[in-house]
Design a protein around this ligand. Structure first.
Ligand code: HEC
Ligand code: HEC
Length: 260
């Protein structure tokens, strides 16, 4: 079993401590924008404590939203990706270079759009770095989000992170576990972990620690932006060992998808 997931006690904490964030940010101190985020995050602590109530998301898949998504301009998205410094943390073309931050390359446009809206509207403020992303995207318009979502969606999924055989995880992906009413992951996330329309995220080749953290956040209820609690219910039933194995399994799936 891989060890990279196991030193993640913070995955059970509702939000980042300033020291976690500071050590991440050391890499980025050359950037004025990112340094100001670091300062801002210290002032943010009391606000973070207030969980937003109300619906899990403000995104509804209406004709207007779908038309907005269709109007996404990848060239303008590329410009925003550079201008807003997304590239600093999410890597060139959205392929993250470390195991903890998510890749965005090849992500379905609908999911990227939805999660950016959710960050901006503080629907993910209970997660470890949700308020960091909320601050980063605070000034982005819906059109900006549609443009940048179409930019990442035009690339292939990231390459596989780790080579690992995870039989229990593969069974959960392909068959689920009817005895515990767990549907196969592939029903929603695609038979290759490539995601599907409108808001099912791609998992293949994703950063393993991020996958682990997301599932633990759903399980603990820190992340509640999933419509109809679809992921909260599933993650709540999975054991921590299964979650770790699933994180390794999907992180190892990338190349097969990317080569097609
Ligand atoms: C300082 C580093 C940093 C910068 C700059 C940054 N991000 Fe992020 N981003 C993160 C982290 C960390 C997460 C994971 C948050 C979590 O664990 O809840 C994240 C999450 C995301 C996600 C959700 C991924 C998923 O699969 O759920 C999207 C989409 C995203 N960022 C887009 C952007 C865009 C667009 C920009 C530029 C406008 C940007 N990010 C700038 C660090 C950064
Ligand atoms: C009924 C449909 C459904 C099934 C089955 C399902 N998921 Fe999900 N999952 C979702 C949705 C929808 C989201 C996005 C939630 C949101 O809006 O942020 C999600 C999000 C996730 C995320 C967070 C990804 C990210 O980029 O932030 C992970 C990890 C995940 N699912 C893993 C799994 C695994 C592993 C299984 C199988 C054990 C599974 N899911 C089964 C619907 C499903």
């Amino acid at each position: 079993m891989a060890t990279h997931c196991c030193n993640l006690p913070f995955s059970m904490r509702p939000r980042q401590s300033h020291s976690d964030l500071e050590s991440d940010m050391k890499y980025f101190q050359r950037s004025a924008i990112l340094t100001s985020i670091l300062l801002f995050s210290a002032a943010l602590a009391p606000a973070v404590a207030e969980q937003s109530s109300g619906p899990s998301t403000n995104v509804a898949w209406t004709i207007e939203t779908l038309n907005l998504l269709r109007s996404g301009d990848p060239e303008r998205g590329a410009m925003l990706n550079t201008k807003l410094e997304c590239v600093t943390c999410h890597g060139d073309n959205g392929v993250s270079t470390n195991d903890t931050w998510p890749s965005l390359s090849g992500q379905t446009a609908g999911y990227t759009f939805k999660v950016l809206r959710d960050y901006r509207e503080h629907k993910l403020s209970g997660t470890q770095r949700g308020e960091l992303m909320a601050y980063i995207v605070a000034e982005m318009s819906d059109q900006d989000m549609a443009d940048i979502a179409s930019y990442y969606a035009q690339y292939t999924l990231p390459p596989a992170r780790i080579a690992s055989v995870q039989e229990a995880a593969e069974t959960l992906d392909l068959l689920g576990d009817p005895t515990r009413l767990i549907p196969p992951c592939s029903v929603c996330h695609g038979n290759k972990g490539q995601g599907s329309f409108p808001d099912f995220p791609a998992l293949a080749g994703q950063s393993p620690e991020f996958l682990m953290r997301s599932m633990m956040d759903f399980k603990a209820g820190f992340r509640g932006n999933d419509v109809y609690s679809r992921m909260r219910l599933i993650a709540g039933t999975l054991t921590e060992e299964e979650i770790e194995s699933l994180a390794d399994y999907f992180a190892g799936k990338g190349i097969a998808v990317a080569q097609e």
